[in-house]
Design a protein around this ligand. Structure first.
Ligand code: ADP
Ligand code: DP6
Ligand code: CO
Length: 351
């Protein structure tokens, strides 16, 4: 019996304006619009292969070499939506094999830590949905497919696009206008780079889904964030990207990371995603920007302790001179600091 296969990779996207909060859990509709930068395909990514055959007795998923349950409502929702679209194609063309009736085998691998706040659910569900859409030869646009990925994991809808991406929260109760759109392609601002500093690769103890529900239910600060802070910041960040204004982009990115983690702390019981190393990196970034007298780096943290730093290519050496010094891993970067500057530097970080 024939087996049909398709594979795809999907990159991670790291939000610079965070999605945190659902207004509809079932459809996965957010309480605010968000913005992210999709990392290059060759960096952090998920590779997913899917197969279907009339002979498969049940749906199965292997994640990073281990069999995982496919029973979660969100995964079932994605599979159902994709099968419904395939069914429409089969109804229109009876010569097509009945994939919509057959079971799936899914094999997926992340080349970075899973469930550690580096957006594995984003790359994971984007790859899952795109691989199946490819297998089923669905004609839908990426924007429409992004709505299915959104039901798997909200942040996944943004990983279907490269470059600078917005997830517009939408207002329709059925979620039909809650989708990802491109703000600008990567080539618009190709000097932008991201560095990932892994502070701890362990699986987090509060998954994003439950963490944000706890915040919505208990944080007072959260209301101010979604009603006042984020709507204004969304427009400002879009403009900063379109104008390639790094200083503004960086300031908004850092403030939004801080604001999101503040709502986590304001949840009851509080949620701690950042650790001492994360906080040291925050301090270091502010020090670096002050040291150079210009903003050359922005930090952001998703729901985990690991830092993502955004910077422009031209400042790579200036940034890593410090990073390698602090983390005692000087891999040949010449810091060119004077003795006085270094004294100031060590004094600052010895506290
Ligand atoms: P993260 O910060 O890594 O996105 P989340 O708590 O949002 O963490 O989601 C982690 C969950 O996403 C995993 O426990 C798993 O259920 C799912 N996931 C991660 N990678 C994949 C993948 N490649 N395919 C399918 N599901 C995945
Ligand atoms: C902090 O998309 O992982 O990374 O929709 O419940 O799967 P679910 O949540 P998820 O949340 C991401 C939260 C964030 C911010 C962001 O990516 O925008
Ligand atoms: Co996630």
């Amino acid at each position: 019996m024939s087996v049909y296969v398709a594979s795809t990779t999907a990159p991670v996207n790291i939000a610079t304006l965070k999605y945190w909060g659902k207004r509809d859990k079932n459809l996965n509709l957010p309480t605010n619009s968000s913005i992210s930068v999709t990392l290059a395909q060759q960096d952090l990514r998920t590779l997913t292969s899917v197969a279907t055959s009339e002979s498969f007795p049940e749906d199965k998923l292997w994640l990073n070499g281990k069999e995982e349950s496919l029973q979660s409502e969100r995964t079932q929702h994605c599979l159902q939506d994709l099968r419904d679209l395939r069914k429409q194609l089969e109804a229109a063309d009876p010569s097509l094999p009945r994939f919509s009736q057959w079971k799936l085998r899914i094999v997926s691998e992340n080349n970075f830590p899973t469930a550690a706040g580096l957006a594995s659910s984003a790359a994971g569900f984007a790859a899952l949905v795109v691989a199946i859409a490819k297998l089923y030869q669905l004609p839908q646009s990426y924007s429409d497919i992004s709505k299915i990925a959104r039901k798997g994991s909200g942040s996944a809808c943004r990983s279907l696009f490269g470059g600078y991406v917005a997830w517009e929260m939408g207002s329709n109760p059925d979620g039909s206008d809650s989708k990802a759109v491109e703000i600008a392609p990567m080539e618009h601002w190709p000097q932008m780079k991201a560095a990932v500093l892994v502070a701890c690769a362990d699986k987090k103890d509060t998954p994003s889904t439950s963490g944000m529900q706890q915040t919505v239910a208990t944080s007072d600060l959260f209301q101010e964030r979604i009603n006042v802070v984020v709507p204004k910041r969304f427009e400002e960040m879009k403009q900063a990207i379109l104008n390639k204004d790094f200083a503004l982009f960086a300031e908004l990115t850092m403030k939004d990371s801080n604001s999101f983690h503040a709502t986590c702390l304001d949840s009851f019981p509080p949620i701690f995603y950042m650790n001492d190393t994360s906080r040291k990196i925050v301090k270091l970034c502010h020090f670096i920007n002050a040291f150079y007298g210009e903003t050359i780096v922005a930090y952001t943290y998703d729901a985990g302790p690991n830092a993502v730093l955004y910077y422009l290519q031209e400042n790579e050496e200036k940034l890593f001179a410090f990073i390698y010094k602090v983390f005692q891993n000087n891999q040949g970067w010449d810091s060119k600091f004077s003795a006085k500057e270094l004294a100031k530097f060590s004094e600052y970080f010895s506290t």
